[in-house]
Design a protein around this ligand. Structure first.
Ligand SMILES: *[C@@H]1O[C@H](CO)[C@@H](O)[C@H](O)[C@H]1NC(C)=O
Ligand SMILES: *[C@@H]1O[C@H](CO)[C@@H](O)[C@H](O)[C@H]1NC(C)=O
Ligand SMILES: *[C@@H]1O[C@H](CO)[C@@H](O)[C@H](O)[C@H]1NC(C)=O
Ligand SMILES: *[C@@H]1O[C@H](CO)[C@@H](O)[C@H](O)[C@H]1NC(C)=O
Length: 174
């Protein structure tokens, strides 16, 4: 059984996926069709609950997410990527002690919903509603996600990228 289990989420409105080295072919997306389906359905279920239309899968976003998680896996022990300068929105989930399937990763972000107050567009102290508001951001249309596992550190990193980015300061998600 698991001795430790920890989930940490992070949202950013401006994520910078690294550019591939010049001349290097883009690696194929790591997401098999069923992962794609899981990521999409979990997002679109949360969106439908608040009357927001569904996202569609973007292969370029999935490739960017894949490049980013593999870089973090290979160079940074699966820690959060710095997505500050990206043109995409980004949600990240670091999981320690076990590996999360796509649905569980998205559900961890959606779980922040209970700390978010739509009426005044604010978040309870010490919570990260940004991961939830990005999931349900109305103007976001495309989604692409990937996950990497660091067996040595018993951790994994899941990243979803969003286009156009959500979490525009001062705006409500829908
Ligand atoms: C998705 O595919 C992988 C690899 O084929 C398999 O291990 C996993 O059980 C599948 N998951 C679902 C939900 O079908
Ligand atoms: C990653 O973890 C290994 C082993 O725990 C450690 O030796 C290494 O310094 C870490 N690297 C980074 C970039 O944190
Ligand atoms: C992320 O990158 C931005 C822009 O390069 C930088 O200002 C910021 O300090 C970085 N954040 C972290 C946590 O490294
Ligand atoms: C927003 O509304 C909630 C629920 O009424 C309240 O607890 C919270 O303090 C409010 N936040 C701000 C920043 O006004």
């Amino acid at each position: 059984m698991f001795t430790s289990l920890l989930l940490i989420s992070q949202a950013s409105a401006q994520a910078q996926p690294p550019n591939p080295p010049a001349g290097a072919p883009l690696a194929p997306s790591v997401a098999p069709p069923n992962s794609t389906q899981e990521y999409l359905e979990a997002h679109n279920q949360a969106r439908a609950e608040v009357g927001v239309g569904p996202l569609v899968w973007s292969e370029p976003l999935a490739k960017s997410a894949s490049l980013t998680v593999r870089l973090q896996r290979d160079k940074q022990n699966c820690s959060f990527a710095n997505l500050t300068n990206s043109r995409y929105g980004g949600n990240q989930l670091w999981a320690g002690g076990f590996t999360v399937v796509p649905r569980v990763a998205v559900e961890a972000w959606v779980a922040e919903k209970k700390f978010y107050t739509y009426a005044n567009n604010s978040c309870a102290p010490d919570h990260r509603c940004g991961v939830y508001t990005q999931v349900v951001w109305k103007n976001t249309q495309e989604l692409g996600c990937a996950q990497a596992v660091c067996p040595k550190e018993h951790s994994s990193l899941t990243i979803c990228l969003y286009n156009p980015p959500g979490n525009v300061v001062g705006e409500k998600p829908y």
